[in-house]
Design a protein around this ligand. Structure first.
Ligand SMILES: NC(=O)c1ccc[n+]([C@@H]2O[C@H](COP(=O)([O-])OP(=O)(O)OC[C@H]3O[C@@H](n4cnc5c(N)ncnc54)[C@H](O)[C@@H]3O)[C@@H](O)[C@H]2O)c1
Ligand SMILES: CC(C)=CCC/C(C)=C/C=C/C(C)=C/C=C/C(C)=C/C=C/C=C(C)/C=C/C=C(C)/C=C/C=C(\C)CCC=C(C)C
Length: 502
C-alpha cells in the first residue's frame, strides 16, 4: 500500500513488534488514523517468523502467555478482540521441562497442584515454604487480574481503579518495589531450591531472583497455571499478521521496508519521521517501538538525550543476546511424551554465563503443520554477547557459528539422543543476526538491572521527556515478554488517546 507523504496522521508508530502493533491497533480501534513503519518485510519483530525447506520457524518468542480466556491479564486475546479478530490456540500441558544439575528433573505442569506436588516431592522438607512462596505470587496475580490494565500515567484511570479495587491497588503498590529473591528467602532455606527459584526467574527475566521484579514473577508464575501457555495455530507469526489485518480493517496503514532514519523534532517537539530513502511523514504523536537505546542514540541527535534517559541507562544495561539454532529434525529423534519447552543446565555456577543455560522449544509437538510430515522443529538458544562475534572475518564468523552449534547439539544429545544423526536442516543465528534483522542495539533481548533495584519502580512508562514522543515495547514498563509488551501497548495507546482527546 502507498500513502501520501504529505498526509498527516494522528500517530506514527516506528516498528511493528507486538508492542508497536498493540499500540497501533488500540488507537485505530478508537478511531485514530495510524501509520506503522516497519523496516523488515513482515510484521512481528521478535515475534516474527521465517520459512525454509518446508519449515516455518519462529524468530524468537515461542512460549506464549496472554492467550487465556478469562480475567484481565489475557492481553493478547484482548488486543486481537479489539480489532474484531482472534486466533486458534493450542494449550501446552507443561510450561517447561527442567533438566538441572545433580539430576534434578522436573516439569512445570499447567495444573498448579501437579507442579507444586512434584516440586514438594523433590524437596519434602520445604513443602510449606514452596506453597507459601508460590501463593504469594498468586496474590500479586490476583490483584492484577482483578482490574482493567491501562496507563499508569493517566491519573483519572488510577483514581477509577483505586475506587473500584482499593485492596488490589494497595496490593500492587506494596509489590511494585519488591524483588523475588527477598520474598523467596523469607519462606525457603534449601540452597538448591533457591537456585531453582533463580532459574525459574532467569529463563524469562535473564537475571536471578534477587534482581527480578516481584510483579513480573507474579504474572509469569501464576498465569502459566491460570490462562496457561498456549501456542498460536500456524506459528507465533500469526499474532502479528492478525493484528495487521485488524489494523487495516480499521482504516490504518502499515508500510514495510520502511526504515526510519530519524525522528523529526521542531521546537523541541517530535512531529514526524524521516525514512532512509528521505521520505518524511508527519503525525500528532510519534511512538517508538525500537529499544530506548536505539530511539535515543540512533533516531535522535546525541545532544537531545534527556537527563531522564541518561539516568535510566545508568540503572539498566542491555541484556545479552542469543545464539539461536533453528533445526529441522527427523521425528524419530523425539521419544513419545517429549514436552514442548525444555531448559538444560549442567552446572549451577554457569547459569548466567554466556552459553550456560540452553533453552529448547519444539512447537511442532503442538502444531505439526509447521514442519514437513515426519519431521519436527527444534528451536534452541543460549545467551551470548555481541562482543564474542565482533571483528571476525566472513570465514571465521561462519566457522565459529558451526563450532558453537556443534557444542550446543552435543550437549542436547543428553536429552535427545540421536539428535546429531537426525538433523535435516540447520540455520544458526548470532547476536549479529538479531541486531541486523530486529534493529536491536547489540542484538539485546531487553533491559536488565545493572544492580539490585526497587522492583519495577525504575522502569519508565510510555511518555518521554520529549513532548509528542512515546516509547513502547520491552524497554518500557514492565519489560520483556509478549504479554508484557502487549501491556505496554495498551498503556501507550490509552495515554495517547487521552492526550488526543479521542
Ligand atoms: N516469549 C518468548 O519466548 C520470547 C523470546 C524472545 C523474545 N521475546 C520478547 O518479545 C518481545 C517483543 O518486543 P517489542 O514489541 O519490544 O519489539 P521487537 O523488538 O520485537 O520489535 C521491534 C520492531 O521494530 C522494528 N524497527 C526497529 N527499529 C526500526 C526503525 N528505525 N524503523 C522501522 N522499524 C524499526 C524492528 O524491525 C522490529 O520489527 C520482546 O520483549 C522480546 O524480549 C519473547
Ligand atoms: C491507584 C494506586 C494507589 C495504585 C495503582 C497501582 C497499580 C494499578 C499498579 C499496576 C501495575 C500493573 C498494571 C502492572 C502490570 C504488569 C504486567 C502486565 C506485567 C507483565 C509481565 C509479563 C512478563 C514479565 C512475561 C514475561 C515472559 C517472558 C519474558 C517469557 C520468555 C520466555 C522465554 C524466553 C522462553 C524460554 C523458555 C524455553 C524455550 C524453554
Amino acid at each position: 500500500m502507498s500513502v501520501e507523504s504529505s498526509s498527516h496522521f494522528d500517530a506514527i508508530v516506528i516498528g511493528s513488534g507486538i508492542g508497536g502493533l498493540v499500540t497501533a491497533t488500540q488507537l485505530a480501534a478508537k478511531g485514530a488514523r495510524v501509520l506503522v513503519l516497519e523496516s523488515y518485510l513482515i510484521p512481528g519483530g521478535s515475534a516474527g517468523y521465517f520459512e525454509r525447506n518446508g519449515y516455518r520457524f519462529d524468530v524468537g518468542a515461542s512460549m506464549i502467555f496472554g492467550f487465556g480466556d478469562r480475567g484481565t491479564t489475557n492481553l493478547l486475546t484482548r488486543a486481537l478482540e479489539a480489532v474484531d479478530t482472534s486466533i486458534e490456540t493450542i494449550p501446552d500441558p507443561v510450561q517447561i521441562h527442567y533438566h538441572l544439575p545433580e539430576d534434578l528433573e522436573l516439569k512445570v505442569h499447567r495444573e498448579y497442584e501437579d507442579f507444586v506436588g512434584e516440586l514438594s516431592a523433590l524437596f519434602p522438607h520445604e513443602k510449606e515454604g514452596i506453597r507459601k512462596f508460590y501463593d504469594e505470587c498468586w496474590r500479586v496475580f490476583n490483584c492484577l487480574n482483578a482490574m482493567e490494565l491501562l496507563s499508569l500515567e493517566e491519573p483519572r484511570y488510577l483514581m477509577r481503579v483505586f475506587f473500584q479495587h482499593p485492596l488490589a491497588c494497595l496490593g500492587l503498590v506494596k509489590y511494585l518495589p519488591q524483588n523475588v529473591g527477598d520474598i523467596a528467602r523469607r519462606y525457603i532455606k534449601d540452597p538448591t531450591l533457591l537456585k531453582f527459584i533463580d532459574i525459574e526467574c532467569y529463563c524469562w527475566s535473564v537475571v536471578p531472583a534477587e534482581l527480578t521484579p516481584m510483579i513480573n514473577a507474579g504474572m509469569v508464575f501464576s498465569d502459566r497455571h491460570y490462562g496457561g501457555i498456549n501456542y498460536p495455530k500456524g506459528g507465533v507469526g500469526q499474532i502479528a499478521q492478525k493484528l495487521v489485518e485488524g489494523l487495516e480493517k480499521k482504516g490504518s496503514t502499515i508500510l514495510y521496508k520502511s526504515r526510519v532514519k530519524r525522528i523529526l523534532v521542531e521546537n523541541n517537539r517530535a512531529v514526524g519521521v524521516e525514512l532512509v530513502n528521505n521520505t518524511r511523514y508527519y503525525g500528532d504523536r510519534i511512538v517508538s517501538n525500537a529499544t530506548r537505546w536505539n530511539t535515543f542514540q540512533s533516531l535522535l541527535p546525541e545532544e537531545m538525550l534527556p537527563a531522564s534517559e541518561e539516568r535510566w541507562q545508568k540503572r539498566y544495561q542491555k541484556s545479552p543476546s542469543f545464539v539461536s539454532l533453528h533445526l529441522g529434525v527427523d521425528a524419530s529423534v523425539l521419544p513419545e511424551g517429549t514436552e514442548c519447552h525444555h531448559i538444560l543446565l549442567e552446572n549451577w555456577e554457569k547459569m548466567e554465563e554466556s552459553h550456560g543455560t540452553i533453552f529448547v522449544s519444539i512447537p511442532t509437538l503442538l502444531d505439526p503443520d509447521l514442519a514437513p510430515s515426519g519431521h519436527h522443529i527444534i528451536h534452541t538458544f543460549t545467551p551470548s554477547w555481541i562482543n564474542e562475534w565482533k571483528g571476525l572475518s566472513y570465514s571465521d564468523y561462519n566457522a565459529k557459528k558451526e563450532e558453537v552449534a556443534d557444542r550446543i547439539i552435543n550437549r542436547l544429545e543428553a536429552i535427545f539422543p540421536g539428535l546429531n544423526a537426525g538433523l535435516d536442516y540447520q540455520e544458526v543465528g548470532t547476536p549479529r543476526t538479531h541486531r541486523r534483522f530486529l534493529n536491536r542495539q547489540d542484538g539485546t533481548y531487553g533491559p536488565i538491572p545493572q544492580r539490585k533495584l526497587l522492583g519495577l519502580l525504575g522502569m519508565p512508562f510510555n511518555r518521554t521527556a520529549i513532548p509528542g514522543l512515546y516509547c513502547v515495547g520491552d524497554s518500557t514498563f514492565p519489560g520483556q515478554g509478549l504479554n508484557a509488551v502487549a501491556f505496554s501497548g495498551f498503556a501507550c495507546a490509552h495515554r495517547i488517546a487521552v492526550d488526543l482527546g479521542l
